[in-house]
Design a protein around this ligand. Structure first.
Ligand SMILES: C[S@@+](CC[C@H](N)C(=O)[O-])C[C@H]1O[C@@H](n2cnc3c(N)ncnc32)[C@H](O)[C@@H]1O
Length: 210
């Protein structure tokens, strides 16, 4: 693991909170207790950071991070990639952690409490890249995410990147997106701050079959 002098983990110069970080514990003490697994940075995030650094969206374009949780990916996209970021999650209790990640990295993101099913075409207009990490972990989330992908494409989103360690519901989502939207799976690895592999489901507007 790599740690900064302030006691955070670090990757690509970005400070990363852990559940033991005093500022994260302070938020927990203020009753910001996430309820849908948004209680830490999930490790597939680190794999997506590497992927986006190697395949950056255009500077100043808009990125939406759905199911953002603690929002590390959002802070990274704003700070390291110079993107305009909106971080969205159903659980309002995760959003202070996402803002804290932006704050400790001296950058800015927008946050909004929204469920996948409530993200409509208007919300998605103007978004270049839609990302979601570790968000397809229950069977019931699969149709919600498939429909969100469909609305994103309808709104003109250029690329959608969904990452997961490889759970069953994510594979079901991937199969549907491969069939209907020419989606593809790429497997990527990272070593910092932990060794991790993740499957990235990538759907690109330019590769749509229609
Ligand atoms: C496993 S965490 C992943 C968080 C973050 N993306 C990461 O990788 O660290 C899943 C996140 O999805 C959010 N979530 C779950 N169901 C959701 C829904 N129906 N709509 C929006 N967000 C949802 C949870 O609140 C949680 O923050």
């Amino acid at each position: 693991m790599s740690a900064s002098s302030a006691g955070y983990l670090q990757k690509h110069g970005i400070n990363i909170l852990t559940p033991d970080s005093p500022q994260a514990l302070a938020l927990e003490q203020k009753q910001f207790s996430p309820t849908i697994h948004g209680d830490k940075v999930w490790s597939s995030t680190y794999v997506v950071m590497d992927y986006l650094l190697e395949n950056p969206p255009p500077a100043h374009s808009q990125l939406m991070d759905v199911g953002c949780g603690w929002g590390l990916l959002s802070a990274f996209a704003a700070k390291a990639l110079d993107l305009n970021v909106i971080a969205v999650d159903a659980d309002p209790n995760v959003l202070p952690y996402a803002q804290l990640h932006a704050q400790i990295n001296h950058t800015e993101i927008h946050t909004q409490a929204l469920e996948f099913d409530d993200i409509n075409v208007q919300h998605l207009k103007g978004i270049h890249t839609l990302v979601g990490v570790d968000i397809c972990f229950w069977d019931k989330l699969q149709p919600s995410l498939y429909n969100l992908v469909e609305r994103a494409l309808e709104a003109g989103v250029d690329q959608i990147i969904l990452a997961d360690p490889g759970r069953g519901p994510f594979h079901d989502l991937s199969d549907r997106c491969k069939e209907h939207f020419n989606g593809r799976i790429e497997i990527h690895h990272c070593t910092i701050p932990v060794e991790e592999s993740a499957e990235l489901l990538i759907i690109e507007k330019d590769l749509l079959p229609y």
